[in-house]
Write a protein that binds this ligand. Sequence first.
Ligand code: ATP
Length: 323
Amino acid sequence: MKKIGVFTSGGDAPGMNAAVRAVVRTCIYNNIEAYGIYEGYKGLIEGKIKQLTSKDVSNIIQRGGTILKSARCKEFHTKEGRQQAFDNIKKFELDGIVAIGGDGTFTGAAIFNKEFNIPFIGIPGTIDNDLFGTDNTIGYDTALNTVVEAVDKIRDTANSHNRLFLIEVMGRDAGFLALRSGIGVGAEAILIPETQTYINELVKKLDDDTKNHKESMIVIVAEGDDAGGAYEVAEKIKEHCPNYDSRVTVLGHIQRGGSPSVADRVLASQLGNAAVNSLINNKTNVMVGIINKEVAFTPFQKAIKHNQKLNTDLLGLAEVLSC
Ligand code: ATP
């Protein structure tokens, strides 16, 4: 390995910069030139590639977003687009690529690797935590803390008015963020895509809470819940029980931003370092993660299959603790 390229792709996640820094510095430590590829696969196709020095990545470990920018790139879905990406990899003489992103990014990497045999290694960077092969993805912990901080504030106003709040958090296909943040804020109910939502049961729970003189009720709704987003759930509750004076808050993109937590900075630093070491040791076409405090490698195909198990026991815990 003489030259390694690194890019960030898909949705940005806090801690991506810490991972880029770790990749660049580990390269330099091993006398390898590091190249930043800007805007993910788009930059690979358009040749937006620039050598990065140690100084280029100084003072970024604490910054949210990604200095390399991110993009969703349709052209990479086509053979012609991938051919152009390959031509640029050859032009810049890159011997290996580190891709920081989510399941779409790794799907693209696996296809590309099969076609052109370019060594790729993936680092899980997404707030959704929906990748198999790592306990946590980069950005998940920070997003959890962001949600908890926001909901704590909403709880103050909800308590003052004895109100029911439905709060929508990110998670089109996965309920990790909703479930864990729901426990963290002491939610009265948590609705996630992995389990079926019965509105009549939810209304019964809220009725019981009202009878128990709860001063406020918080329901966390993952955006991909089968009953719909928070607005739809609010409508359905109203159909069952017109008396409820509910309010809806959609947290939205606030969940992606902000300075990464210590946990995300450390995770990103470990994974960035491990990714470069893996390329040096000819271990490619895998995602690097941390399982039980140990570095672990998972083939792309396995990492993206949504095998990551959600601890549904936590739903029972939420019910017990919100009685
Ligand atoms: P997040 O989980 O935060 O959304 P992601 O990596 O899943 O991140 P996507 O937008 O799904 O984000 O994927 C990132 C990019 O990967 C896409 O814009 C596209 O360029 C590439 N990609 C995704 N799926 C494929 C595919 N089937 N073939 C080729 N490229 C793909």
